[in-house]
Structures are given as C-alpha cells and as structure tokens.
Design a protein around this ligand. Structure first.
Ligand SMILES: NC(=O)c1ccc[n+]([C@@H]2O[C@H](COP(=O)([O-])OP(=O)(O)OC[C@H]3O[C@@H](n4cnc5c(N)ncnc54)[C@H](OP(=O)(O)O)[C@@H]3O)[C@@H](O)[C@H]2O)c1
Length: 336
C-alpha cells in the first residue's frame, strides 16, 4: 500500500511517500481502508520531536474510511462499515496518512452516511472539546441536548479547530457560548459555528464584554492560551467554574492570581486527549456519535471550519499548512 512514513524527526520534508506491506488486523483490531486523513497540530509536533526509532512511522491520528478486514474476536459484519478513526498513531506505527491503518475495534467508530471529510475532522478536536466541556465540578459528565442549558461557556479561540468543536458541542448541549477571536474574518467563522457572542480580543475588553453577557460569570472556560488569558479568566469565571487548559499556545508557562482563584474555588483542569481516562474517551465517542446522528456536527466554511484538502503525496504540504496556522481543517485525500 502507499503510505507516508518518516524515520527520523524533523521538518515536513522528512515525510516520504513509500510502499509498505498491507497490515493485518490482530485480535480485537480492525483494518480500515482510509479515504481521508485529518491533520492536527499534534501530528507535526510529534513528527518534529519524537524519534520513531528503528521502524518507519506513519503520521496522523485522525481519519475516516471503510473497515475492510477484522481480527479475531471482532464481528465480521463490520467489514464494509464506514467509520471514523481516532488516535491511530498514538503508541502505534501506522497513522492515517496511508491507504490502510489498523486500530483497536473501538477506535473505528460507525460514521453512517456522513461524509469522510467530516469523519476525519472528529477525533482529536471533538474528543478534546468534549473533555473540556465535561470536567467541571458542576457540569454533567455527558453532553446531550439540554445538558448545558442555563450554563455559559467561554471558548477562547473560537476559530480554531478545537474551539470550533467546543462551540458546536456546547451549542448542541444547550449552552450559551461566548468566544474570542482576533479578526472580523475569524468572528464570522465563530458565528457560523454557532457562537451567540463573539468578542475580538485584539480590539475589545474581553472581561467587560463577557460580564455584560453573563453577569454571574461563566461556568466553564475552554482555554487555548492560559498564558495570555489567565487574567481575563479570573475576571469572568463564576464560583466553582472550571478552566480546561488544552494547549500552551502563547507560551509554556503561566502565572495566575492565587487568591482570586481560591476565592472562587476555581478548578484548573489540564487536558491531554491521549492520556484522558478511558471512561472519558468512551463517553466522548458516544456523545459525538449522538451529536453526529442529530446532525449537530458539521464541517466546511458554513460551519466555521473551511476545509483544505491535499493529495496523499503532498502530506508534507498539509503538515506545513497546519504548522503555519491554517484557518479551518486540513485534510489529506488518501485516494488521490
Ligand atoms: N491537549 C490536547 O489534547 C490537545 C488537543 C488538540 C489540540 N491541542 C493543541 O491545541 C492548540 C490548538 O489546536 P487547534 O487544532 O485548535 O489549532 P488551530 O486550529 O490553529 O487553532 C488555534 C486557535 O487559537 C487561537 N488563539 C491563539 N492565541 C489565542 C489567545 N491568546 N486568545 C484566544 N485565541 C487564541 C488562534 O487564533 P488567533 O491566533 O487568531 O487568535 C486559533 O484560532 C495546539 O497547540 C494543539 O497542539 C491540544
């Protein structure tokens, strides 16, 4: 099969189109004939820093395609099933930038009739967003229609991939969503995703605007840059709110006003999707599946997430685009 591989960490140029043996699924696994691979910042960060060791590594965690073989213990009726795939390259050699991957059966989730482009956009962004929206002390562990009714959520960076996912899931669950952006173009995308309130953090006083919208404060913050936003977050969180920190964009360290957060019993919750509890991941998969079935998850410019698609041989360019902060979702057409 055709696969993108790399044998040493480095820039996008280490990614090569190679011929690899067709993988066979082991016990409890399925093989997926991929149609689309999704690219996330984690894919270029791992490619840049993690040495694959003595065997080639295929990048990219997310993807979508069709189950074409199953291992021992997996229902053979799954062959032919359209699926979305999550964490394909986590502690495994075969990510989704290839014609086939092999994953544990539960990492290939039924996609129904939804487009493969949508399936390949789900894994990392939506599972991260789900975790961020469900870790607070007074928020439900599950997302479903009405579960966030009466709650206000602040999504920092609503035009980002995770920000977009957080807006879509929070709206589906009934929350009021306030989000921040850095330009009118990004504001339009965040509105298209469903955010009722959009604040341009480069031109407006975010804390004052959020307090106008939610005088009692917000119950959850989905935070992409705690270094830049810790002070604003102090001013807008309600008592017992949770600040879910899923990235260190803007800098690796931060400082926070201890006493102000103590007074509010604020919870700082760090989030890394790979090492989240297995139960939280299973809940995320289940709730994302329900949201999909309800038609509540969309991709494309109309959903605030413009798609940028590259052929498999140009996976390096796709990585470069994500590294250069492409706005929207970068995909690889594995069949092209
Ligand atoms: N922990 C996890 O499990 C996990 C999962 C997924 C992603 N991540 C990480 O999360 C980060 C974002 O991923 P992504 O796929 O969403 O990337 P993305 O699509 O590039 O989005 C990042 C967004 O953050 C915004 N932003 C940056 N600084 C901001 C600030 N101070 N205030 C508000 N918004 C700000 C950016 O817009 P402006 O710069 O225009 O404001 C951009 O829209 C990456 O570092 C990624 O590695 C972590």
């Amino acid at each position: 099969m055709r696969a993108i591989t790399y044998t040493e960490p480095g820039g996008p140029e280490v990614l090569q189109l190679t011929d690899q043996p067709l993988p066979e699924p082991g016990p409890g696994e399925v093989r997926v004939a991929l149609a689309v691979s999704g690219v996330n910042p984690t894919d270029w960060k791992r490619r840049s820093t993690a040495d694959p060791g003595d065997a080639p590594q295929t990048p990219n965690q997310d993807g979508a395609g069709t189950v074409d073989a199953v291992g021992e213990g997996v229902d053979p009726a799954r062959v032919g099933e359209r699926v979305w795939v999550w964490e394909a390259a986590w502690e495994r050699r075969l990510g989704t930038a290839a014609e086939h991957t092999v994953v544990r059966a539960e990492q290939a989730v039924p996609l129904g009739d939804h487009p493969f482009e949508l399936g390949a956009a789900l894994g990392i962004p939506f599972m991260t967003a789900h975790r961020c929206l469900t870790v607070a002390e007074h928020l439900p562990r599950r997302l479903e229609p009405g579960s966030l009714t009466g709650r206000t959520v602040l999504v920092q960076g609503g035009a980002g991939a995770v920000g977009n996912a957080a807006i879509q899931l929070a709206r589906w669950a009934g929350a009021v969503v306030v989000t921040t952006v850095s330009s009118p173009e990004k504001a339009a995308l965040a509105r298209a995703a469903g955010a009722q309130h959009v604040v341009d953090y480069t031109r407006e006083d975010v804390a004052a605007r959020v307090r106008e919208i939610a005088p009692d404060g917000v119950q959850a913050v989905v935070e992409v840059s705690i270094r830049a936003n810790a002070e604003v977050d102090t001013k807008v969180v309600a008592q017992h709110a949770s600040i879910a920190i899923y990235a260190d964009d803007g800098g690796p360290e931060f400082s926070a006003p201890t006493r102000a957060f103590m007074a509010l019993n604020t919870r700082f919750q760090f989030v890394l999707v790979y090492t989240a509890p297995a139960e939280a991941k299973a809940q995320a998969v289940a709730d994302i599946t329900s949201a999909l079935a309800a038609g509540a998850i969309r991709v494309g410019e109309d959903a605030g997430l413009p798609l940028h698609t590259y052929p498999l041989a140009e996976t390096a360019a796709a990585h470069r685009a994500v590294q250069d902060a492409a706005v929207g979702k970068v995909l690889v057409d594995v069949t092209a």
